[in-house]
Design a protein around this ligand. Structure first.
Ligand SMILES: [Zn+2]
Length: 151
């Protein structure tokens, strides 16, 4: 029964945030864009209401992202409403890379939601895949695909 309840959990994305994701992807292309997601964790679901872009300071921003540490720490100082992070894949599908998975322990204790956005086939719109950040009994983090709904 508990299992069922977990799977019922939905992630809602406000229209302004969906627009913001597309804007970030196309603005920073060919580099990856990244940032923080804030909102409300209500019963039975989570609602993303604010998108906060953060500078990608990765030495190789074509293929990976590193949140500007100062901006990230500032977000962590205000944990209420801190739901997740997003980043973009300008060249590949919205599935986590090996590097993305290696980075999960940096966020896993603080965040629940992980979004990746990629261009769709037309190249003029985006596809966004949502994941829940979860911790296994062994203590390592993984991403479970989640259903993203437009609010
Ligand atoms: Zn990635």
């Amino acid at each position: 029964m508990t299992e069922l309840h977990v799977h019922d959990e939905e992630i809602w994305l406000d229209a302004a945030c969906a627009h913001g994701l597309a804007e970030q992807l196309f603005l920073h292309r060919p580099y990856e864009a990244c940032g923080v997601l804030r909102g409300n964790a209500a019963a039975g679901g989570m609602r993303i209401e604010t998108l906060i872009p953060i500078r990608n300071v990765a030495p190789d921003p074509l293929h990976r992202f590193v949140l500007d540490p100062q901006a990230w720490v500032q977000q962590c100082l205000n944990p209420l409403g801190l739901l997740g992070i997003f980043h973009t894949h300008p060249h590949t599908v919205p599935a986590p890379s090996e590097e993305d998975l290696r980075q999960l322990p940096l966020f896993g204790d603080l965040l629940r939601i992980y979004l990746i956005s990629s261009p769709d086939q037309s190249g003029s719109s985006i596809l966004t895949q949502a994941y829940f950040i979860e911790r296994s009994a062994a203590g390592d983090f993984h991403l479970r695909p989640a259903r993203l709904r437009m609010a």
